[in-house]
Write a protein that binds this ligand. Structure first.
Ligand code: PLP
Length: 378
């Protein structure tokens, strides 16, 4: 399928190519000095003491939960309107994910009120997800986790560089996990990052990342160590220097990515704000967002279904769209009809994500918007 406007396009050029060639020629391709450099730059960006690069965000979430000692018998409150990895990571530990609803059609982040309702004596942690790069209601969530002595973990896969009241997302809980999968704001193909301010948690995550071993191959190559002990049941969740080098380059493009996305989103708002058939979530947010996705919700005034709209955009106008997300509690693996999440289900039935990426142009945004208006008007 040749799209006129794809959902996403990569922001790679000769800088990424050169970064990769440099690592290959150095002959040290697994985790080494590029990975350290990537971690240091990332910690600085988020304003935290520690960043630990890993193979992907799912691994990052898993390691964060293990480092925080979440285990069988514990409950972790999670959103259902998220990518399934958020919830799978809880399952890996043996703990039980407990789903909370979102706030509304205008705010697709987890509802603090519903978090509070879902707390039981077994609740150990709340794992939130900053949908589309928009902060969850952190003041209320932190008040609840503080009052009930719960751990707070942030899934920041959508939100590198985004803020809540001037603080970077990922710096607001006990630990946080970022993704560098290929369609995220910045990418290494596959990749992820754990961040935390806590020295002990960082130390534990580093151990668990590489089999629970007390030294790395790079330490031994550098002559800093000759042996190692194994002190935890760890995993192989390492990244490598090839990807870290791409990550360093991508990180230098983050500011321009966020600026460009903001420009495009404002154009979407200008074009679509008077369309009665559409609700534009987060439109009145003031905090800096990473605008990872641009969701629109069909209102009750809309005469066609979400699927009809998507199909016409695809077939007639060659515009690729997506849905964020199929709620996790509705998948076969997680299905439980006792878990009522009315706002989540309502948004799922009516949401469309429109194209948004650094290389998108104002002209293409106008084309997407005029195509939507044409379909809705007939
Ligand atoms: C992409 C994504 C993940 C998983 O990231 P990977 O790096 O692919 O493991 C987790 N949570 C959310 C919300 C995501 O969008």
């Amino acid at each position: 399928m040749k799209w006129k406007v794809p959902l996403f396009d990569l922001n790679f050029d000769s800088k990424e190519e050169e970064a990769v060639i440099e690592v290959i020629r150095s002959k040290w391709i697994s985790a080494g000095k590029k990975t350290k450099e990537f971690e240091n730059a990332f910690a600085k960006l988020i304003g935290v003491k520690h960043a630990i690069a890993v193979s992907n965000c799912t691994a990052a979430l898993h390691l964060a939960l293990v480092a925080l000692d979440i285990k069988e018998g514990d409950e972790v409150i999670v959103p259902s309107l998220t990518f399934v990895a958020t919830v799978n990571a809880v399952k890996y530990t043996g703990a039980t994910p407990v789903f909370a609803d979102i706030i509304s059609k205008e705010d697709l982040t987890i509802s603090p009120e519903d978090i509070e309702r879902k707390i039981t004596p077994k609740t150990k942690a709340v794992l939130i997800m900053h949908y589309g790069g928009f902060a969850c209601n952190m003041d209320e969530i932190k008040e609840i986790t503080g009052k009930n002595n719960l751990l707070l973990i942030e899934d920041v896969a959508h939100a590198p560089g985004a803020e809540y009241k001037g603080r970077k997302l990922g710096s607001l809980g006990d630990m946080a996990a970022f993704s560098f999968y290929s369609n995220k704001n910045i990418t290494t193909g596959e990749g992820g990052m754990i961040v935390t301010d806590d020295d002990n948690l960082a130390q534990k995550a580093r151990l668990l990342r590489s089999h629970g071993m007390t030294t790395t191959s790079y330490d031994r190559f550098k002559g800093h160590a000759t042996n190692y002990d194994v002190v935890e049941l760890g995993y192989n969740y390492r990244i490598d220097d090839i990807r870290s080098a791409i990550g360093i380059t991508q990180l230098s493009k983050l500011d321009s990515d966020l600026d460009k996305r903001k420009l495009l989103v404002n154009r979407y708002y200008d074009n679509l704000c008077d369309v009665n058939e559409l609700i534009l979530p987060f439109k009145y947010r003031k905090d800096k967002s990473s605008n990872y996705i641009f969701p629109v919700i069909l209102s009750e005034k809309c005469r066609i279904s979400r699927d009809e709209l998507r199909e016409q955009l695809e077939k007639e106008f060659l515009i690729q769209t997506s849905i964020h997300y199929q709620p996790v509690h509705m998948f076969s693996k997680y299905y439980d009809k006792s878990r009522l999440l009315p706002n989540t289900v309502n948004v799922f039935n009516n949401e469309v994500s429109l194209p948004l990426y650094y290389n998108l142009t104002i002209d293409k945004v106008d084309y997407v918007c005029s195509s939507i208006k044409l379909i809705l008007d007939r």
